[in-house]
Ligand binder design. Structure first.
Ligand code: UTP
Length: 228
């Protein structure tokens, strides 16, 4: 299978600089890449938000804030790649280069690409570009809810959604640089048009392998499956 995994910075970097989680995720990715072609897109997390806030407080516009966020995602991507023997220590800036590298390596790690969206959308566009079989989005929530579950205790979790339903849910969120939604609107629109099977799940070590397993009974405990 060809897989694209979006690893949110907030899950990957939560114990930085200890990086125990990063080592655990790296182990999973190495195991998965033995039987699959794997692309990982790494997010910026708290550090990206701090840089973006500092830039915004000094008057930077959203495009410049996005550019700063992208640099942080690329830095995190290189740190993650340094934990993987299956991946090159080059972080591609384009999808074309990512594909070139994938011909030589089992895993390719990248960060953001251009302003206006988050790495969820980068991952969805990459999944479309490489005709991936599956898009995995590891995030800080165990799936998609009817509302923000951290703020609204009555929010209901969805086990399955159509791409159109996903778009309708995330369209209510914000698109400012550094804003945090369960899934980026552009990513949802790309999933809708490309009809790629997508799993949005809690980014804890062990869960990537569960998501890849295809076992819906296991997957519904940790996330939401989006498919036409
Ligand atoms: P992230 O993908 O990390 O955003 O990109 P996030 O939603 O905060 O995700 P977590 O916290 O890592 O899970 C950080 C910022 O970098 C810019 C955006 O401003 C985004 O909010 N960015 C990232 C881009 O403009 N383009 C990209 O391709 C990627």
């Amino acid at each position: 299978m060809k897989l694209v995994i979006s690893l949110g910075g907030s899950v990957l970097m939560s114990d930085f600089p200890e990086c125990k989680k990063m080592r655990a995720f790296a182990g999973e990715v190495e195991r998965i890449s033995e039987d699959n072609e794997v692309f990982v897109v790494v997010g910026g997390g708290r550090v990206a938000r701090e840089y973006i806030n500092a830039a915004r407080n000094s008057g930077a516009n959203n495009t410049l804030c996005d550019a700063i966020g992208i640099e942080v995602t690329r830095l995190n991507a290189l740190l993650f790649a340094s934990h993987l023997s299956s991946a090159p220590k080059e972080i591609p800036k384009t999808f074309e280069r990512a594909v070139e590298l994938s011909k030589l390596w089992k895993t390719v790690v990248m960060g953001g690409t251009f302003p206006g969206h988050t790495t969820d959308a980068t991952a969805a566009l990459l999944a479309e570009y490489v005709n991936a079989d599956l898009l995995l989005n590891a995030t800080s929530v165990n799936g998609v809810y009817s509302d923000d579950p951290f703020r609204n205790p009555d929010a209901v979790k969805y086990e399955r959604l159509s791409p159109k339903q996903l778009v309708d849910i995330v369209v209510k969120g914000e698109i400012e640089a550094g804003s945090s939604n369960v899934f980026d609107l552009l990513a949802a629109k790309v999933v809708e048009r490309s009809r790629i099977r997508t799993i949005i799940f809690l980014g804890e070590p062990g869960n990537i392998e569960k998501a890849v397993s295809g076992n819906f009974d296991e997957i519904k405990k940790i996330g939401t499956v989006v498919e036409p």
